[in-house]
Ligand binder design. Structure first.
Ligand code: FAD
Ligand code: 2HG
Ligand code: ZN
Length: 472
């Protein structure tokens, strides 16, 4: 990087705001899993929106590319710089202020670098709920959640980050600040620009703060872990729960036996609630703001009907918060557990809920035909039609041999997804991993419009180049 740019960065940020020590840099240059690796001479750590604006203004004048980074928990390489060493990583880890909680409006205004769990805790302290919930919540940031339009386990009731965001503050690639921090529930004054930044993965500007919608705190909860014969039973069960519990359904996760087997093998303290083999499992959660909501009875009605229709092989209802946590650990432990089985090839897809059974059957067949013995780790937010169709190598296969087939295997999953009118990324985004392949799955007109938007916001192409948009 140009020494003059480095000098200016030091002037703007001071010593605490520039990381150049190679030991300290390392953590910013690869992702959570170590799946992507880049280089950079320095990381900038602005402490407020004004400093972000000064840095982007400088980079705009000097033609320096900027890679925004939050908690670096993303799963598609979006926050990792390339290997040129010329890109500047802009970390939001000093943008950590909660600017305010408004109980009457049910909003919280936070800076981009605030960790999701901190926002959940601040909402809780105010007697309210910020419902976004995901396995990485102890490290991922609100800026990263916005930039990836994060989903997680409560989307079935509360929606994705998009539905939870009322306003954003953004620094544009030329250094101008757009203060769109309106906490309004209704605002029909033209194009809804905040939506462009949500899910933009750092390619249109740096999100510096947001106004988020809060919900009533949860005071009653009922949780069940059920064993199923096949995904069709899960789809039928969702229909029963929705018809019986309505909006009190706050979680519906599906897990294949392979997924749970990995957790039981690798995550200490986990225990099989049934002690006998079943091909599929689901985790259901009902919740309500009322302290004495009759959720146990509702759950009993749901499970009773499901047993009557022979959808369930077995069921256990959690008795107390320790058991609730134990059941969720079986679900939340899958990502970590799979890492112990060699490389995990991740495919984060969504299809209409109704076609899930046919989709799973067809995709499993196609994968097994492509690679006999492959271990298919299917699980996810089935209430949203979102499955993590992750793959582990056949036992005894060399890691590198398996990795070398990654593109071919991804094609199998994505072609099948497209054949069932699905999307190749439900929640993790395109980043660098799906940047090229998306050209085969999105209409050319849609990609043209995306390129037009990119050109409008970032004509010099300095915001997170090499991510999201395919080359050419
Ligand atoms: P980063 O990884 O730092 O960045 C992600 C992207 O956002 C990059 O493109 C980056 O450039 C951009 N970005 C970051 N901050 C900003 C900013 N302020 N302005 C502009 N662009 C920015 N995701 C889900 O959706 N659902 C899940 O259930 C889920 N579970 C997960 C479980 C585990 C164990 C892990 C490791 C990840 C999981 N994820 C999940 C993926 C990840 O946590 C989310 O994508 C999260 O939203 C990323 O936040 P982050 O702060 O770590 O972002
Ligand atoms: C989840 O739902 C996350 O657990 C992570 O989206 C999925 O690790 C994965 O592939
Ligand atoms: Zn997920």
């Amino acid at each position: 990087m140009d020494p003059d740019v480095l000098r200016r960065l030091h002037d703007i940020l001071g010593p605490a705001g520039v990381v150049a020590d190679p030991d300290l840099l390392r953590g910013y240059l690869s992702d959570w899993r170590g799946a992507y690796q880049g280089t950079a001479a320095v990381v900038a750590r602005p402490a407020d929106t004004g400093q972000v604006a000064e840095i982007l203004g400088l980079c705009h004048r000097r033609g320096v590319a900027v890679v925004p980074q939050g908690g670096n928990t993303g799963l598609c390489g979006g926050a990792v710089p390339d290997r040129s060493g010329t890109q500047l990583v802009l970390s939001t880890n000093r943008l950590r202020r909660i600017r305010g909680v408004d109980r009457a409006d049910q909003t919280i205004t936070v800076e981009a670098g605030v960790v999701l769990q901190t926002v959940q805790e601040a909402a809780d302290a105010a007697g309210l709920l910020f419902p976004l919930s995901l396995g990485a919540e102890g490290s991922c940031t609100i800026g990263g959640n916005l930039a990836t339009n994060a989903g997680g386990t409560a989307v079935v009731r509360y929606g994705t980050m998009r539905e939870l965001t009322l306003g954003v503050e953004v620094v544009l690639p030329d250094g101008r600040i757009w203060n769109g921090l309106r906490g309004l529930r209704k605002d029909n004054t033209g194009y809804d620009l905040k939506q462009l930044f949500i899910g933009s993965e750092g390619t249109l500007g740096v999100i510096t703060a947001a106004v988020l919608a809060l919900h009533p705190a949860i005071r009653s909860r009922a949780t069940a872990w059920v064993a199923l014969s096949d995904p069709q039973a899960a789809v039928d069960l969702i229909e029963i729960v929705r018809a019986t519990a309505g909006s009190r359904l706050s979680g519906f996760e599906l897990m294949s036996a392979q997924s749970v087997e990995f957790v039981l093998r690798h995550v200490s303290g986990t225990r099989d609630p049934f002690g006998s083999a079943h091909p599929w499992f689901a985790l259901l959660e009902l919740s309500d703001p009322m302290a004495d909501a009759p959720l146990a009875q509702t759950l009993e009605t749901v499970l009773g009907e499901a047993f009557e229709r022979e959808l369930l092989r077995d069921a256990v209802v959690a008795d107390g918060s320790t058991q609730v946590a134990a059941l969720w650990a079986l679900r939340e432990g899958i990502s970590e557990a799979q890492n112990h089985e060699g490389p995990s090839l991740k495919h984060d897809i969504t299809v209409p809920i109704s076609v899930i059974p046919a989709f799973v059957a067809a995709t499993d067949d196609a994968l097994r035909a492509t690679m006999p013995g492959i271990r298919i780790v299917t699980y996810g937010h089935v209430g949203d039609g979102n499955l993590h169709y992750n793959l582990s190598k056949p036992p005894g296969t060399d890691d590198e041999v398996f990795r070398s087939r990654a593109a071919e295997l991804a094609r199998v999953v994505y072609d099948s997804t497209a054949g069932f009118a699905g999307s190749i990324s439900a929640e993790h985004g395109l980043g660098q991993s799906k940047r090229e392949v998306i050209a085969d799955y999105k209409p050319a007109v849609e990609l043209d419009l995306m390129r037009g938007i990119k050109q409008l916001f970032d004509p010099a192409g300095l915001m997170n180049p090499g991510k999201v948009l395919p080359e050419g």
